[in-house]
Write a protein that binds this ligand. Structure first.
Ligand SMILES: NC(=O)c1ccc[n+]([C@@H]2O[C@H](COP(=O)([O-])OP(=O)(O)OC[C@H]3O[C@@H](n4cnc5c(N)ncnc54)[C@H](OP(=O)(O)O)[C@@H]3O)[C@@H](O)[C@H]2O)c1
Length: 266
């Protein structure tokens, strides 16, 4: 398979490196289109593929073209890409908030798959929701799924509008997690630990608790109950969370992210 990636920033390169790691593409068959001079030079030095700075005729030779520029750069890219795309090439977009319909219209191209990954893709631990335009064969879709799975796990989303919810839940999700960790670490520091010790206590707690979610035969409410004994310390914390409406803030924030994604895709 020959793959071209347009926009080789954090996400584009997370994809490129995962494909290379699992031998899903050879470096000679990987085209990296990156306009940022500094980044282009770094990519060239790292020899991770064929590096170019502009979209050219050769794009037509690639089976898959991945769009991983910022959403606001899409129209510029589309204007250049439109004339060089061949009708049987698949375009995979990982841009937030740009609908399949808009990509098809601006590229005058039908074969579009839209995916929403997240940053743990850099470690092969991402989760990506993806959806596809009608008319893409099952075998083509399976090949794309195999590629995406090199960055972690994936779910096929039938209804494209739910990609906005994927964006809000797992796309932005790592930031919510960092936010919670950060404030737990801050609490540790307020109680007298230095940064390193506070981080160790919190990070290992998150890791251990994550594995208990998957391995204990309890649901989340039961897991909470198992830590929070009546009249105890955890209960004192949970009461303050309730009083300050932390839960509502968290779910409300995630729904606001979904609404913003909807707004951006209009
Ligand atoms: N980061 C996330 O958590 C995340 C999660 C899911 C999806 N996404 C999506 O992934 C996409 C990329 O995000 P990112 O964080 O990887 O952004 P990024 O690091 O800024 O990477 C985009 C790269 O594309 C380059 N570029 C811009 N226009 C170009 C053009 N015409 N031709 C070639 N290269 C061009 C940019 O150069 P300049 O810097 O010079 O503009 C930049 O190096 C976005 O659409 C975002 O919505 C991101």
């Amino acid at each position: 398979m020959k793959i071209a990636i347009i926009g080789c920033g954090n996400m584009g390169m997370a994809f490129a490196r995962s494909f290379l790691q699992y031998d899903l593409v050879k470096k000679d068959n990987l085209l990296l289109v990156e306009k940022n001079e500094e980044r282009k030079e770094t990519l060239q030095n790292a020899r991770e593929g064929i590096v170019v700075s502009v979209i050219g005729e050769t794009i037509g030779d690639y089976d898959l073209v991945i769009l991983s520029v910022k959403p606001q750069d899409f129209s510029t890219v589309a204007a250049e890409l439109k004339s060089v795309l061949k009708h049987d090439q698949v375009v995979l977009s990982i841009m937030a908030g740009i609908t399949i319909d808009r990509i098809q219209n601006e590229l005058n191209h039908q074969m579009v798959v839209r995916a929403m990954p997240n940053t743990p893709a850099m470690l092969g631990m991402g989760i990506t929701g993806f959806t596809a335009a009608e008319g893409i064969s099952f075998s083509k879709l399976l090949k794309i799924e195999n590629l995406i799975n090199a960055t972690g796990r994936s779910v096929f989303i039938e209804d494209e509008s739910m990609i906005d919810a994927v964006t809000a839940l797992s796309g932005s999700g790592p930031a919510y997690f960092y936010y919670i960790v950060k404030h737990m670490v801050d609490a540790g520091k307020q109680m007298g630990f230095d940064e390193g010790m506070a981080q160790l206590l919190v990070k290992q707690t998150m890791l251990g608790a994550y594995h208990l979610i998957n391995n204990a035969e309890k649901d989340l409410d039961e897991l909470i109950k198992a830590v929070a004994s009546k009249g105890g310390t955890t209960e004192a914390a949970l009461r303050v969370f309730e009083e300050s409406r932390l839960a509502e803030g968290l779910t409300g924030g995630i729904i606001a992210a979904r609404n913003r994604a909807e707004e951006l895709s209009k």
